[in-house]
Design a protein around this ligand. Structure first.
Ligand SMILES: *Cc1c(COP(=O)(O)O)cnc(C)c1O
Length: 463
C-alpha cells in the first residue's frame, strides 16, 4: 500500500511507530504478571478478577470508570521496600503518586514514612494518623502558612529548596520556639529517565540548589548558622521511571563529595543522605524493573563505597519511591462506548473516561497496555487506540494496543499500572466526574476515594 511510504512518517500510515507494538501478543487473554497487580487473574469464565472479585461485579457495584486497587499488592510492595532497606535506612513513600487516608494507614502499618509536598497532602497524612515525625515536607514553593503548619505539627524534616526558603523556614521555626530538622535539596547535574541518564555540568530546572558554582556549599554554610534549623542531611532526586542505576551512582558520588567538603570546612559529618525516588515500573511487557532488594543493595553499596573513599562514616540513607510502590497495584476499569474502525489504520475504542483520569499518555507520551476484562475472546487481534470522551484529539489513554476483533460496546476493558500519577493528576475537564478508587482485598471491595458527583461540581461553583 502506498500509504506505508507516506513522507510524513509512520504515525500517518499503517506502520507502527518505532518502539511500539509491531506484532500482536501470542495470547490476547494472557495477563503479564509484570504489568498487572499481583492478585489479578481470569476466572473460569474468562472474566478478570482481582482480590477474588470479578470486574463485572465491581462495575455493577461501583460503576465505571473506576480505579481498582489491589490492597494486598500495595501492602506487599510497601513491605518489600521496607524490608529491603532494613533498619539502617528509611523509606518515604512519595504521596504525590497517590494519596488517600486508607493509603496513609497502610503505609503506617507497613512501617513506611511519607513525603508530602503541599498543605493538602500534609492534611491528608495527619488526618489519617501518620505520626508527624515520619513525614517529610517537600516542594519548591511552600507557602509561609504551609511551613508554619508543618513546623507546628512537628514534621520529621523539611526539604529546603532555595536560599529564600532556608531563611523562611529558620525564621518561622524560631518564632515558634522550635528547631526544625531540615535537609537541603541539591541538583547534582544528573538527569535520569528510563534506560539512560545525562550528566551535565549544571541544572536548568526549578528544583533544588545546584552543586555547581559552590551554591549548595553556600546553602549549607547559611543553614548551619541559623538557630531555627538543624541540618540533618543532603537530598537529591534525579528523575522518574528510572531502570538504570548509573544515574544514582553519579548522584551519590557528587552528594558524598559535598558531605566531604562540609566535613572539611565545618568539621561536621551530616548524618543523612536522601537519594530521592524515581524507580521505574513495568507499564508494558517491554519494561524490566528491578526488585526493591536489588535496588537497596545497589544504592547501599554505592553510598558505602563513596563514603569509604571520602573517609566519611556512612550516613543513614533514605529513599522516596512513589510510582514503584503504588503504580503496579491498580488498573483502570472502563466500559467501551463506541468501536470505530478506520480502514487501513486502526480501530478507535472510546471509553467512558480518558485524559481526565489518565493524563500521562497525553502529557508524557506514556505507554500503556489494555486487556478485555469482562470476558476472554478467541477473536483475531485488532490494532486499537483507546481514547476517552473528551473534546480533544490528544485524549488518548492507550496509543497502540491489540484487543480482540469482536470487541463491542458494553465490554469492560482494563488498563494496568495506573496506580501512580493517574488519580492524583485527575482533572474535571469537560466537567467529567473523577472516578472512585476501589480497594479490593480477600474477596471484599470498598471505596477508599468515592466517585465525584455533579453535586460536588456544583458545590464549588457558587454562581
Ligand atoms: C516525585 C518525587 C518522588 C517520587 O518519584 P517516583 O517516580 O514516583 O518514585 C520522590 N522524591 C521527590 C523529591 C519527588 O519529587
Amino acid at each position: 500500500m502506498s500509504r506505508s511510504a507516506h513522507p510524513a512518517g509512520p504515525r500517518h500510515a499503517d506502520v507502527l511507530p518505532e518502539g511500539h507494538y509491531s506484532a500482536p501478543p501470542a495470547d490476547l487473554n494472557a495477563l503479564d504478571p509484570k504489568v498487572w497487580a499481583r492478585t489479578v487473574a481470569r476466572d473460569e469464565h474468562g472474566v478478570l478478577t482481582v482480590g477474588g472479585i470479578d470486574v463485572k461485579r465491581l462495575a455493577e457495584e461501583f460503576g465505571t470508570p473506576a480505579y481498582v486497587m489491589d490492597e494486598a499488592d500495595f501492602r506487599a510492595r510497601a513491605r518489600a521496600w521496607r524490608t529491603a532497606f532494613g533498619n539502617d535506612a528509611d523509606v518515604f513513600y512519595a504521596g504525590k503518586a497517590f494519596l488517600s487516608r486508607a493509603v496513609v494507614r497502610w503505609l503506617h502499618e507497613e512501617g513506611l514514612n511519607l513525603d508530602v509536598c503541599s498543605g493538602g497532602e500534609l492534611a491528608t497524612a495527619l488526618s489519617a494518623g501518620m505520626p508527624a515525625d515520619r513525614i517529610a515536607f517537600h516542594g519548591n514553593n511552600k507557602s509561609a502558612a504551609e511551613i508554619e503548619r508543618a513546623v507546628r505539627a512537628g514534621v520529621g524534616r523539611i526539604v529546603l529548596d532555595s536560599f529564600q526558603e532556608i531563611v523562611r523556614v529558620a525564621h518561622i521555626a524560631q518564632s515558634l520556639g522550635k528547631r526544625q530538622r531540615v535537609q537541603i535539596r541539591v541538583t547534582v547535574g544528573v538527569e535520569a529517565h528510563t534506560h539512560e541518564f545525562i550528566a551535565t555540568a549544571h541544572e536548568d530546572q526549578k528544583f533544588g540548589i545546584p552543586l555547581a558554582g559552590g551554591q549548595a556549599a553556600e546553602a549549607v554554610r547559611r543553614a548551619l548558622k541559623l538557630d531555627g534549623l538543624e541540618l540533618i542531611g543532603i537530598h537529591s532526586h534525579i528523575g522518574s521511571q528510572i531502570f538504570d542505576m548509573s544515574g544514582f551512582e553519579v548522584a551519590a558520588h557528587r552528594v558524598v563529595g559535598l558531605l566531604r567538603d562540609i566535613r572539611d570546612e565545618h568539621g561536621v559529618e551530616l548524618p543523612e543522605i536522601d537519594l530521592g525516588g524515581g524507580l521505574g515500573i513495568a507499564y508494558t511487557s517491554d519494561d524490566d524493573p528491578r526488585e526493591p532488594h536489588e535496588i537497596a543493595k545497589a544504592l547501599t553499596e554505592i553510598v558505602t563505597r563513596e563514603c569509604e573513599a571520602a573517609r566519611l562514616s556512612t550516613p543513614r540513607i533514605s529513599v522516596e519511591p512513589g510510582r514503584a510502590v503504588v503504580g503496579p497495584t491498580a488498573f483502570t476499569l472502563y466500559e467501551v462506548g463506541t468501536v470505530k474502525p478506520l480502514d487501513g489504520l486502526r480501530t478507535y475504542v472510546s471509553v467512558d473516561g480518558g485524559m481526565s483520569d489518565n493524563i500521562r499518555t497525553a502529557l508524557y507520551d506514556a505507554e500503556y497496555t489494555v486487556a478485555l476484562a469482562s470476558r476472554s475472546s478467541d477473536a483475531e487481534p485488532m490494532l486499537c487506540r483507546v481514547v476517552g470522551k473528551h473534546c480533544e484529539s490528544g485524549d488518548i489513554v492507550v496509543r497502540d494496543a491489540f484487543l480482540p476483533g469482536d470487541l463491542a460496546p458494553g465490554d469492560l476493558i482494563a488498563v494496568p499500572a495506573t496506580g501512580a500519577y493517574c488519580r492524583s493528576m485527575a482533572s474535571n475537564y469537560n466537567h467529567v466526574l473523577r472516578p472512585p478508587v476501589v480497594a479490593v482485598e480477600g474477596g471484599e471491595a470498598r471505596v477508599i476515594v468515592r466517585r465525584e458527583t455533579e453535586e460536588d461540581l456544583l458545590r464549588l461553583d457558587v454562581g
